[in-house]
Design a protein around this ligand. Structure first.
Ligand SMILES: [Mg+2]
Length: 142
C-alpha cells in the first residue's frame, strides 16, 4: 500500500547550490506529494536529471561547475527528458531575465525570494501548462 502511494508521488529534482535556499525549498515541499531529489552543483544536477528522469526540476541558474542554461541545453537534446517540466528559480533581478529564461526553453520561471505559500501552486501550474502545450509567453507571470 505504501509503495502504491509513493508511486503516485511526482519526482522533483532540486538543483541549488545555496544551502539556505535548498533547505527552504525542501522544507516547503517536503509535505507536498513529491519524492524529492537534491543536487548542489550543475554537473551533479545534470547527472541526476538523466539518471532519475524526474517529473519536475527546480533549477537555480547560477550554479558551480555547470550553469542552469547549459543544463537546460543538454536536457533539451534528449528525447527521454522531454517530459520534464523544467523551472528556473533565480535571484537574477536583471530586467529581461524571465523573458530570457522562457525563450531559452524553461517551462516556468520563479524569482527569489520564493513565496513559500505560492510555490506548490506555481509548480503545479507550470506542470499543467507544459502538458497542455501552451506557450509560456502568453501566460501571466507569478
Ligand atoms: Mg546559485
Amino acid at each position: 500500500m505504501k509503495g502504491k502511494v509513493n508511486a503516485l508521488k511526482k519526482k522533483l529534482l532540486i538543483i541549488e547550490d545555496n544551502r539556505d535556499s535548498l533547505e527552504l525549498l525542501i522544507k516547503v515541499l517536503r509535505n507536498q506529494p513529491y519524492h524529492l531529489i537534491e543536487a548542489t552543483d550543475g554537473e551533479e544536477g545534470l547527472k541526476k536529471a538523466i539518471g532519475e528522469l524526474p517529473d519536475v526540476i527546480l533549477m537555480d541558474i547560477s550554479l558551480p561547475k555547470m550553469g542552469g542554461y547549459d543544463i537546460l541545453k543538454e536536457l533539451k537534446k534528449r528525447e527521454d527528458c522531454s517530459h520534464i517540466t523544467i523551472i528556473a528559480v533565480t535571484a537574477h533581478a536583471m530586467k529581461g531575465e524571465r523573458e530570457r529564461a522562457l525563450e531559452a526553453g524553461f517551462d516556468g520561471y520563479i524569482s527569489k525570494p520564493i513565496d513559500v505559500h505560492k510555490l506548490p501552486n506555481q509548480i503545479e501550474y507550470f506542470i499543467k501548462n507544459k502538458k497542455s502545450g501552451k506557450q509560456l509567453d502568453d501566460l501571466e507571470s507569478f
